[in-house]
Design a protein around this ligand. Structure first.
Ligand code: NAD
Length: 489
């Protein structure tokens, strides 16, 4: 904490187009979860830095709003070009900092980031208003979409390039300005993304970057009166704290999941096992749409479990920069400890560990976790009730479709669910009955594309609002109605 390490690169805050130290000059260390090695020291923002960033963002609102949509689209494409030109370097740094495998996950994430900026540019050009017929024959009524002003963007560490882009690109394309607070675990990715925006000549003040804990820096940002919109991806508890503090502001909350996957007795088991393996082990299970609870029909329980054990043994745990690695370390201690707690609780309550079940030995840090298969998981276990966010496949046997649906919905979360069946009627029974923002039929719960609407279902704790393509642009703009009288002029 707050100790200067000689020769380490310092990541500075970006305020009003300048890279600056925090007001008190404090720094913290940033270390790789894979090696424990020092990656950088990170300037820490103070409340006065947050205020300066908000002022810079506010001062830039006029300029951002005045840029034509085509100019903003060109800016987005230029940012995409910058990222594309540095893709390999950015992916290696992402892998080192976050822990996901460079080749199979980090590089695709960077490419999606490029696509995210290009998609926002295209969508902005088609963000049409309406001409609405009026009862009063003297009136002509149209609607337009306008930028809201200063947005707080608050992001997690699990997709440190992709998730910020889901907000930054639409904000830029629609003429909003941003103060961005990334997770403290993935600050270097944030700095690199902003470097690309700077190199693309995004005007000063349109994007500002501050680092520090959520409870202080995030809090100062969310509660600042000039911030009119808040876009957060994070844990359900974080979302609820922010929602409580942000009364009256526009909220876009993308929170946690506890994704049920239902495997029916008529499913293609080979495909189901492949997809659950992808859904549970991608990014070491640290995905909001991960396959977190597997509800498997009695008749296929045993062969499915065997297929999952084989899938777990095929995972190549290792240094994420090694191109043969398919799973890297978990990103941070708190998340690995949650996995420990959930496993301990499940064991105590009678679940059986049929593969993995503990931290892996022989690695430079203790954040490497064995891919784990847990059988006989019951609804009273933490692993069933809460988001585990680790490389785990918890299996629960179900008698019939009705029980499967009831158990799948027995959770406070409602983000993504999936079902495997070859019967169309049963597919629709689950697609319509599962309480989630997205239901995937016959593919991994982590199936996702940038332009598809994504978000939590009402009444659950997975957030509200929709990300994805035009949906984010609509969330981040005000719909204005303009009524014109033709006779009173
Ligand atoms: P987190 O909630 O701990 O942190 C997310 C961000 O919020 C960080 O930048 C953090 O500093 C900030 N923050 C925390 N408390 C705050 C406060 N009081 N005020 C302002 N900011 C605050 O989450 P995490 O561990 O970084 O990420 C993992 C979580 O994110 C998981 O629950 C996961 O499911 C969720 N997630 C959701 C989606 C989605 O699209 N729904 C996508 C990815 C991750």
């Amino acid at each position: 904490m707050a100790r200067r390490v000689p020769h380490a690169q310092t990541l500075r805050l970006y305020i009003g187009g300048r890279w600056v130290e925090g007001a008190q000059g404090r720094v913290v260390e940033l270390r790789s979860p894979a090696t424990g090695g020092l990656l950088a020291e990170v300037a820490q923002a103070e409340p006065e830095d947050v205020r300066a960033a908000v002022v810079a963002a506010q001062e830039a609102t006029g300029q951002a709003a005045r840029l034509s949509v085509w100019d903003r689209a060109r800016l987005c494409h230029r940012v995409a070009d910058q990222i594309e030109a540095r893709a390999d370097e950015l992916a290696r740094e992402l892998s080192e900092e976050q822990g996901k495998p460079y080749l199979s996950e980090a590089l695709p994430e960077v490419h999606k980031t490029v696509e995210g900026f290009r998609l926002a540019a295209e969508e902005a050009k088609r963000l049409n208003g309406e001409v609405i017929p009026a009862e009063d024959s003297h009136k002509r009524v149209i609607t337009i979409r306008q930028p809201r002003g200063v947005y707080a963007v608050i992001t997690p560490w699990n997709f440190p390039m992709n998730i910020p882009t889901e907000y930054l690109a639409p904000a830029l394309a629609t003429g909003n300005t941003v103060v961005w607070k990334p997770s403290s675990y993935t600050v270097r990715c944030a700095a690199r993304l902003v470097e690309c925006m700077e190199a693309a000549e995004v005007p000063p003040g349109i994007v500002n970057l501050v680092y520090g804990p959520g409870s202080t820096v995030g809090h100062a940002l969310v509660t600042h009166p000039v911030v009119v919109g808040i876009a957060v991806t994070g844990d359900a508890n974080t979302g609820e704290v922010i929602a409580g503090e942000a009364a009256g502001k526009r909220l876009l909350l993308e929170l946690g999941g506890n994704g049920p996957v239902v495997i029916l007795d008529d499913a293609n088991l080979e495909a189901a096992a492949r997809c659950v393996s992808a859904g549970s082990f991608l990014n070491a299970g640290q995905v909001c749409s991960a396959s977190e609870r597997i509800l498997v029909a009695q008749a296929v329980h045993a062969p499915f479990r065997e297929a999952m054990v084989a899938a777990a043994s095929a995972v190549r745990l290792g240094n994420p920069l090694d191109e043969t690695t398919t799973m890297g370390p978990m990103n941070n201690r708190a998340t690995a400890e949650k996995m420990d707690r959930h496993l301990q609780d499940a064991r105590t309550k009678g679940a059986q560990v049929v593969a993995g079940g503990s931290r892996a030995s022989g690695f430079p840090t203790d954040l490497f976790y064995e891919p784990t298969i847990l059988d006989n998981v019951q609804a009273d276990m933490l692993v069933f009730q809460e988001e585990t966010f680790g490389p785990i496949v918890p299996l629960t046997e179900v008698r019939d479709d009705v029980e499967a649906l009831e158990l799948a919905n027995r959770t406070s979360m409602g983000l993504v669910a999936s079902v495997f069946t070859t019967n169309l009627r049963r597919a629709f029974f689950f697609a319509e009955g599962l309480q989630a923002g997205t239901v995937v039929v016959n593919d991994a719960s982590t199936y996702w594309e940038l332009h598809l609407p994504f978000g939590g279902r009402a009444g659950k704790r997975s957030g509200y609002g929709r990300l994805g393509g035009k949906h984010t642009l609509m969330e981040m703009t005000d719909l204005k109605t303009i009524a014109i009288d033709l006779h009173n002029a």
